[in-house]
Design a protein around this ligand. Structure first.
Ligand SMILES: Cc1cc2nc3c(=O)[nH]c(=O)nc-3n(C[C@H](O)[C@H](O)[C@H](O)COP(=O)(O)OP(=O)(O)OC[C@H]3O[C@@H](n4cnc5c(N)ncnc54)[C@H](O)[C@@H]3O)c2cc1C
Length: 449
């Protein structure tokens, strides 16, 4: 169990590096330093391991996995969990390490109740159009991008998503409803290319099945970490990267520093912008690191007795209240686990609220919009991705004009390489992180030959 020793060394180093006896010192230099231990960092480490290369992972938080996050106190996954059968790069690892999956394809489209303008509607009765489907009602008639990587090469489509939706014939009122549940901060600011890219990914990636990780995303993370024989250090928040041409020095918040021939940044640009960078970046790279937007998501989790059996309305709901969507976040089994899923500008409503305030607000709002839930729900906790120190957002979204930075922003610069979900040409989500890791693995091989 060399890995555990390394992790402990990492933790020790953070408090007492100078007092470690000789021979117990953590390894401080390597060929390749991987910054960030999410899917991109882990996949890259896994590939380097198979190729017999030397590397160290420095992860800033106290745990591995990044946005693959099985929350210890909530007892639920709060980050990425759904993978398609054609997530080829993720699936290679899943199969090689025998990670157990649960097929959730059949559970993907459960009906949602609708709470709109003060009225609760039961989708099992009546034919009211679902606001959550509005976004896709006309989008499906729009011309698709021609390939997976066309999104960053289509400047003519790089306009506010709201304009794109308007061109498709949506009214202002419909656009306001779409803005509640769409997976972006604000349809008036985000580029239509994000949505077109997601749609192209769904179409050309061709996944027919969707899976969750049995027992949670932590099982994938743990299996990869267990397969690594090189140092994996947690609690190593990187504060400075200094590329001196022949080697790169990386300094961490705990005072430790590491040196390597090559450094791979898999950390999101939302936190990389806080790192002091001494490197020869292009102006587009500097701009992207500074300005790339990340979608804010707040999840409010609660336990519920089955109040939906009492009122005969589905448990999940689309609402025009600050709680936005109430979802069953447990597609992997019959047990309903509810959470409010609040996106983008809506998440700002809860930004400054304490846990107690959020609990109070959620209980009161639920009792109002869903009377049968009164006294039947108990607050578990909230995860705010927008202010979570290690990510500052759930996923990157390109503002209008920012896709033009993409090709430059992922290019190696001196001894620095860039991976992570934001740095994938074709895929989205967990597969994007894995795809970017494979690209960087190939870059490292080329620079080695
Ligand atoms: C709520 C939510 C739901 C999602 N659902 C899905 C889904 O169903 N399917 C899907 O495919 N994708 C989904 N995703 C997206 C998916 O989880 C991510 O795309 C993927 O996990 C990102 O991996 P990554 O390695 O690029 O980044 P991360 O996982 O964020 O890894 C980066 C790591 O860098 C670390 N770090 C940050 N700053 C520093 C620093 N200064 N020094 C050292 N380390 C640092 C972080 O702690 C983190 O561990 C979801 C994401 C969220 C948030």
């Amino acid at each position: 169990m060399r890995r555990r020793i390394f992790i402990r060394n990492g933790a020790l180093a953070s408090v007492a590096l100078g007092t470690l006896p000789l021979g117990c010192s953590p390894k401080l230099d390597t060929d390749i330093l991987i910054l960030g231990g999410g899917m991109a960092g882990l996949k890259l480490a896994y590939e380097l391991e198979q190729a017999g290369r030397d590397y160290i992972i420095l992860e800033g938080s106290p745990r591995m996995g990044g946005r693959l996050f099985s929350h210890p106190t909530l007892g639920r996954d709060v980050g990425g969990r759904g993978i398609g059968d054609r997530y080829d790069e993720v699936m290679k690892v899943v199969k090689a390490l025998d990670v157990e999956l649960v097929d959730i394809t059949e559970n993907m489209s459960s009906p949602s109740a609708i709470y709109l303008k003060g009225e609760l509607h039961n989708p099992w009765e009546g034919d009211m159009a679902k606001p959550s489907f509005l976004e896709f009602s006309k989008l499906r008639n729009a011309k698709s991008l021609e390939s997976l990587d066309a999104w960053y090469q289509s400047p003519q489509l790089d306009k506010p998503y709201s304009e794109f939706l308007k061109d498709l014939g949506h009214t202002d009122e419909e656009i306001a409803l779409i803005n509640i549940s769409t997976n972006y901060n604000d349809v008036f600011k985000t580029s239509a290319l994000n949505s077109l890219h997601s749609r192209a990914f769904r179409k050309y990636n061709g996944s027919k099945k969707v899976f969750n990780f049995k027992g949670g995303a932590k099982n994938l993370v743990n299996k990869i970490v267990d397969a690594l024989q090189h140092p994996v250090y947690t609690d190593k928040m990187v504060t400075e990267i200094d590329d001196q041409q022949t080697r790169v020095t990386v300094r961490c918040e705990d005072g430790s520093s590491y040196s390597a021939k090559k450094v791979v940044c898999t950390i999101p640009f939302s936190t990389l912008r806080d790192v002091k960078l001494n490197a020869e970046l292009t102006s587009n790279q500097e701009k992207a690191i500074k300005e790339l937007q990340y979608t804010r998501i707040t999840q409010i989790h609660f336990d519920a007795e089955p109040f939906w059996e009492e009122d005969g309305i589905p448990p999940s709901m689309w609402t025009d209240t600050p709680l936005e969507r109430i979802m069953d976040v447990n597609a992997a089994s019959e047990e309903v686990k509810l959470a409010c899923w609040v996106n983008g500008t809506g998440a700002d409503y809860f930004k400054e609220m304490s846990d107690a305030e959020i609990a109070d607000f959620t209980m009161k709002t639920m009792a109002k919009i869903r009377p049968a839930s009164e006294g039947k729900i108990s607050y578990l906790g909230t995860h705010k991705w927008g202010s979570y120190r290690y990510n500052k957002g759930a996923y990157c979204e390109f503002g209008v004009g920012q896709a033009a930075l993409f090709e430059d922003m992922i290019r190696p610069s001196g001894n620095l390489h860039f991976a992570g979900e934001h740095a994938a040409k074709e895929s989205r989500g967990i597969e994007a992180a894995a795809e970017s890791a494979v690209r960087v693995f190939n870059e490292l091989n080329q620079s080695n030959s």
